[in-house]
Ligand binder design. Sequence first.
Ligand SMILES: [Mg+2]
Length: 241
Amino acid sequence: MDNDRPRAVLFDLWGTLVPNRPERRDAVAHLMAVDLAVDTGAFAAAIRASHRERFAGLTGSLAETLRLLAACCGGDPDADAVERAATRRLELTRELLAADAETLATLDAVRAAGWRLGLVSDSSIETPAVWSGCPLSSRFEAAGFSCLVGVRKPRPEIYLHVTRSLGVAPPECVYVGDGDSRELSGAAALGMSVLRLRLASGGASGHYEGDTAFVGPEIAQLEELLSHPFLTAAEPRSTLA
Ligand SMILES: [Mg+2]
């Protein structure tokens, strides 16, 4: 059905498809600090404080990033210590990316309705490093990670990286996210239909650069997407003649 107009749903990752879990991140940061022989509190703070640079891909490989963060805490770890800490960080990322069954089922249902799926994520280098091995990744036809694209949301380049990969125009996309990185405003500026996911539970803490000024439709659970007019009012590819 080559004449079908392609349409896509673009998703944020952290805080939308999987929880942020800052307490778990801090706990593992403390273990990494022991690996690297630096102060635990200072190292956890250095990780948190460096998110803009890490998300923009400015801190190099994971090993280079860990050496940089350790140096910020007065450390000078050897290669074995960096390797231990890097392995811990990669294991944490796999754990954090383990989406629950309801989330995977919702993504499957959106795809089954004829929508193509794209991921637009402010992430540091360990996320794309383990992404392809995660159950989430098989649901997505395209993914844009800020650390690889080189820009963070809400800059248009990261959204356009994904829409180009999918072969869709931004106005043909629905964007779904919790609002961190002012991502909702960025998606709306490109003409996308935007849905804020505001979890009834309040969601995981650890928000940053939240899109507090953005006003628009909201859903309280990801599965509400399936019955939202943005999806039901549009004609998915499978129903077009
Ligand atoms: Mg988010």
